[in-house]
Ligand binder design. Structure first.
Ligand code: UDP
Ligand code: MG
Length: 312
């Protein structure tokens, strides 16, 4: 039977951890699969690490990776993936919003898939700041990437190990794993999962995450389409803008040279041209920056986190 690794990012979740651990143990023991639980303490400032340390001491199936500071949920997941020994890797939140009782369902679905994504059909979060932006984000991500999922943001997902081991994660990128992975030809399934309101502590995110997710989506789309041939992206835009600029100049030159009109007083035209150039410059610089970041990380094999301690 394939071994299961459960990867859980933790940031200030001291009250939830013992309950979560108990629930996971109950479910995993009942299905009798070989497993490990990897808690990644993402620089918690509360007693999370000491709670995890105690659990680790009493149960050798529980491993703990502790970051030097808060690197974010994506980095925490990446660390879990790097250290996971299982053939199937399940990710979930530490705050009891995902339910370990759904694990058997995921394991069942992944028998004939590479990725199984949870869908929080009855999501228990605030409507205006969380569920509404998420409906929009899921629609947009699905459209742009061509991989249609109801709930990209659901952490409860299962992956075959090869899938996550072959993908490098940046930014808020963990939610895009299904989209990125689908380009290398994996099969993806969606299953409905439970969702509970947060019991302890508070959410680490607000509406501002939507902006970051959209920026990451632009990056993902760019890398999907143009990372191996950036000239197609930059060249097309360059030709388009250059061509338009040429036509405008030609028109103005004819006005001036043939009809003798004065073309100095066209403020709106100047403003328009200026804004377009600025916009293009910004987008291109952002994309170049993204590419440089990848060269930087991958050429030096620099991880996107630093580990303080690992309890195996
Ligand atoms: N988390 C993390 N690092 C962070 C923020 C969050 O490891 O910088 C963890 C957090 O402890 C939880 C999961 O990521 O286990 C999801 O966070 P949260 O519940 O705050 O997000 P929400 O459910 O509100 O989207
Ligand atoms: Mg939560």
């Amino acid at each position: 039977m394939e071994k299961v690794s459960i990867v859980i990012p933790v940031y200030n979740e001291e009250e939830s951890i013992p309950v979560l651990y108990k629930d996971i143990k109950k479910v995993m023991d009942s299905i009798g699969r070989e497993y490990e639980v990897i808690f990644v303490d993402d620089g918690s400032k509360d007693r999370s690490f000491s709670v995890l340390n105690d659990i680790h001491t009493s149960d050798n199936k529980v491993k703990v990776i502790s970051f030097r500071r808060n690197f974010g949920q994506t980095a925490a997941m990446a660390a879990g993936f790097d250290y996971a020994e299982g053939d199937i890797i399940i990710t979930m939140d530490a705050d009891l919003q995902n339910d370990p009782e759904d694990i058997p369902k995921l394991l069942d679905a992944i028998k004939d898939a590479d990725i199984v994504s949870g869908w929080r059909k009855n999501r228990k979060d605030k409507f205006l700041t969380r569920r509404l932006p998420s409906i929009f984000a899921n629609w947009l991500i699905s459209k742009v990437t061509g991989v249609y999922l109801h709930d990209y943001g659901c952490t409860l997902k299962a992956y075959r190990k090869e899938v996550v081991k072959s993908i490098k994660l940046y930014g808020e990128m963990h939610r895009f794993i299904p989209a990125v992975a689908s380009w290398i030809g994996v099969s993806i399934k969606e299953v409905e999962t439970k969702h509970h309101p947060r019991r302890f502590g508070k959410s680490k995110y607000g509406i501002s995450r939507t902006v970051r997710v959209i920026l990451d989506l632009i990056t993902v789309k760019f890398l999907q389409s143009f990372s191996t041939r950036p000239i197609h992206a930059f060249g097309t835009a360059g030709l388009l803008f250059g061509g338009t600029g040429f036509l405008i100049s030609l028109y103005l030159a004819i006005e001036k040279l043939i009809f003798g009109h004065d073309i100095g007083g066209r403020p709106l035209l100047l403003l328009g041209v200026l804004l377009i150039i600025l916009g293009v410059q910004f987008i291109i610089m952002g994309l170049l920056g993204e590419m440089l970041a990848r060269v930087y990380h991958e050429s030096q094999n620099k991880p996107i986190y630093t580990v303080k301690k690992i309890l195996k």
